[in-house]
Design a protein around this ligand. Sequence first.
Ligand code: SAH
Length: 220
Amino acid sequence: MTQRQAMLRDIEIEVELTRHSIGKDALDPRVMAAMAKVPRERFLPDSLRHLAFRDGPVPIGHGQTISQPYIVALMTDLLAPEPGDTILEIGTGSGYQAAVLAELVQRVYTTEIVEPLATEAAERLSRLGYRNIELRRCDGYGGWPEHAPYDGIVVTAAAPHIPQPLIEQLKPGGRLVIPVGLPGEIQELEVVEKTKDGGLHTRQVLGVAFVPLTGGHGAD
Ligand code: SAH
């Protein structure tokens, strides 16, 4: 078994262990195929590449982490991505989650607040040949209005509350996947669905631990 296959097996085990919370026994096979395809080792600092397939978060510098593979897979699945979709990510970090999404949808917009991480991720994604990802260094609290509305929005840092601009930038029928809660505490991974008539339906999926959403909450 290759290390990447072992990572996929670990994701399946975690899905099985959390099936009552997440309400499913298996993730979308397309999501698993994207996880199998993206070279996770290329998203880590050279000295930590040996940790690439361990099912846990790994430091990427500047106090940030690349999320655990299971959490990346779960959040991607919760977005229910379709091939024609346009997705917005807040918190590019290494660019790994954006790359997984780019395998599944037409276009990915991603924002990162830490300048060196944004620069490194942009270089990495271009080196790896991803042409359907656009990256911007900014405070993602305000989303990315120019390309809105989005079929899905994923926030990969913990927010104390759901940012209103992200709700506004969601298409009717679209989904926002976001860890809500305070840093240092367990947050709730929430899925907010905007119904066709513009109403909101929120579901709490799982307790998670993310680094905090920083910035001036819109002020940049
Ligand atoms: N999705 C990333 C991991 C995210 S770690 C990956 O696949 O590697 C969370 C990231 O969110 C960090 O890089 C952090 O700098 C960024 N971040 C925190 N607050 C932010 C904000 N307000 N806007 C944009 N990015 C933010």
